[in-house]
Design a protein around this ligand. Structure first.
Ligand code: 5AD
Length: 418
C-alpha cells in the first residue's frame, strides 16, 4: 500500500525524481507506522535532511503516510525544517499544499479523512512493467486490538467499479500482464451490489491480462463464492495471503480477529481441497499481551499443520491509542524474541522443503525481467508466487514460459527454460 502511495505521490508532484537529495527541490518521506521500528525509522530519517535545508533554504521537506497522520502537528514542533505533514488519505491535496508552502512559506498539516475524491491521483507507472498493484480500497473497518491502520488510514472506503476498471484498462494498455488488487482487507470489497468475487471475474475479462492476484485477505470474509471463483477463473493465481496472527483462540479473541482457529483451518482445508497446488502465506504476531507458552505452542502446531509456503512473523509492538497498548499483561521482549526465532526456524524449514519439492517439476512462469543477482538470468513468478530464476538471453519480458526446476532455495527456485 505504501509503495502504491509513493507512486501516487510521484505523480501528484509531477517533477522528475532524483536519487541525490542534495539536488532535490522537494524531499518527501513517505512513512509506515505499523510497528514501532518503522515509526522510529521514519522519525530518524527526517533528521537526515536537516543539514540540507541549511545549505538550501528553499528546499521543501514534507512527511507523508501513516506516521504523518499519527503525529500530525507534533512533527512540526519536533522538526523545525519540516514544511508539511500529510496523511495517506490526503494525497490528492499534495500539489496544492506544496504550492501553498512554496508561495506563502507557511507550514501545513493536512490529516483530514474527509477528502472528496480519495482515489483521485493515480500512481506513476513505469513503462515496460509486467506487474502492477491496483488499489481497490482505502482504510479498514476491522478493529483488531493491536492495529494502528484504522487510526491512520481511516474507515474503509471501497473504490467504485468504474474507477477500478479505468485504471485496470490503462495498465493493460501499457502492457501490464499481472495486476495485484490491493486493500487492507481486500476480499471485503463491495460496490453497487457487487462482491469481491464478481470484481475478480470482471477484471479477468480484460483480454491481454494474464494474471490476477490480490492482497491482503481477511479470513472471516473468505467466502465459498470466492473460493469457487479462484477455482474457476484461470486468471486468478493459486496463491493467497491470509494472515492468521495466532494459533490460539484465546489470543485471537483478545486480538478481536472475529474467527477461531477452527474457522481458519476450515477455510484453509477448503482452499487446498478445491484448488490444485494452492499456495498460502500468512502473518503471525508473537508475544501478544497475555500470550502463554501454551498459546505459542498452539501457533507452532497451526504452522506445522497448514505448512504455509511463506509466513511473515513479528514481535508484538504496542501502537499508540490501540486497545492492546493499554493491556497490562505484556510479554517481556526476551521471551517474545525467543518465540520469534523458534517460529522463524520452523517456517524456514517448511519453506525450504516446499521449494525443494518443486525440483523436476515444470512450472509456468510469467517473466518480469532480469534476475536481481545475475543479469544473464531472467526472473519470473509461478502462479503460487514463487520466484524462479533461469538462464536466457532472449527478451521474454511479459511472456508466460515453461521452466523446469533444477533447484529450490529458501527464497527462490532455479530452473531451465524448456
Ligand atoms: N505489532 C506487531 N505486528 C503487527 N502487525 C500489525 N500490527 C502489529 C503490531 N502492533 C503485523 C500483522 C499484520 C502485518 C501487516 O503486520 O501481522 O498482518
Amino acid at each position: 500500500m505504501n509503495d502504491y502511495d509513493s507512486q501516487r505521490i510521484k505523480n501528484a508532484i509531477g517533477i522528475p525524481q532524483t536519487n541525490d537529495p542534495g539536488k532535490a527541490d522537494i524531499v518527501i518521506i513517505n512513512t509506515c507506522a505499523i510497528r514501532e521500528k518503522a515509526d522510529q525509522k521514519a522519525l530518524s530519517s527526517l533528521g537526515k535532511f536537516k543539514h540540507l535545508k541549511k545549505s538550501n533554504p528553499n528546499l521543501i521537506v514534507g512527511m507523508t503516510g501513516c506516521v504523518a497522520q499519527l503525529y500530525g502537528d507534533k512533527l512540526l514542533s519536533k522538526a523545525s525544517h519540516l514544511d508539511f505533514v500529510l496523511g495517506p488519505r490526503a494525497i490528492p491535496k499534495l500539489a496544492e499544499i506544496i504550492n501553498d508552502v512554496e508561495i506563502e512559506r507557511t507550514r501545513i498539516v493536512e490529516t483530514s479523512y474527509d477528502i472528496e475524491e480519495p482515489f483521485e491521483i493515480l500512481p506513476y507507472h513505469e513503462n515496460e512493467k509486467v506487474t502492477s498493484f491496483l488499489s481497490i480500497q482505502q482504510g479498514c473497518n476491522k478493529n483488531c486490538t493491536y492495529c494502528i491502520v484504522p487510526t491512520v488510514r481511516g474507515k474503509e472506503i471501497n473504490r467504485p467499479l468504474n474507477d477500478i476498471m479505468s485504471e485496470a484498462r490503462y495498465l493493460v494498455q501499457k502492457g501490464v500482464k499481472e495486476i495485484t488488487l490491493i486493500g487492507q482487507t481486500v476480499n471485503s470489497w463491495k460496490n453497487d451490489g457487487l462482491k469481491f468475487a464478481d470484481l475478480l471475474n470482471i477484471v479477468g475479462e480484460l483480454e491481454s491480462l494474464e494474471r490476477i492476484r490480490f492482497t491482503t485477505s481477511y479470513p472471516r470474509d473468505f467466502t465459498k463464492k470466492l473460493i469457487n471463483t479462484m477455482k474457476t477463473n484461470p486468471k486468478v493465481c493459486s496463491h493467497i495471503h491470509l494472515p492468521v496472527q495466532s494459533g490460539s483462540n484465546e489470543v485471537l479473541s483478545k486480538m478481536k480477529r472475529t474467527y477461531t482457529v477452527e474457522w481458519y483451518m476450515e477455510v484453509v482445508t477448503r482452499l487446498k481441497e478445491e484448488i490444485a497446488d494452492m499456495a498460502i502465506s500468512s502473518d503471525i504476531i508473537v508475544g501478544f499481551p497475555g500470550e502463554t507458552r501454551q498459546d505459542f505452542e498452539q501457533t507452532l502446531k497451526l504452522v506445522e499443520e497448514v505448512e504455509f509456503d511463506t509466513c511473515f512473523s513479528f514481535k508484538y509492538s504496542p501502537r499508540p491509542g490501540t486497545p492492546a497498548a493499554s493491556m497490562t499483561d505484556f510479554i517481556d521482549s526476551e521471551t517474545a524474541g525467543r518465540r520469534l526465532s523458534i517460529l522463524h526456524e520452523l517456517q524456514r524449514k517448511i519453506t525450504c522443503k516446499k521449494n525443494e519439492d518443486r525440483i523436476d517439476r515444470i512450472e509456468q512462469v510469467l517473466v518480469e525481467g532480469k534476475s536481481k543477482n545475475d543479469p544473464s538470468h531472467l526472473m519470473g513468478r509461478t502462479s503460487q508466487n514463487r520466484i524462479v530464476n533461469f538462464s536466457s538471453s532472449d527478451n521474454l519480458c511479459g511472456k508466460l514460459v515453461n521452466v523446469k526446476i533444477n533447484n529450490g532455495f529458501q527464497n527462490s527456485l532455479l530452473g531451465s527454460i524448456l
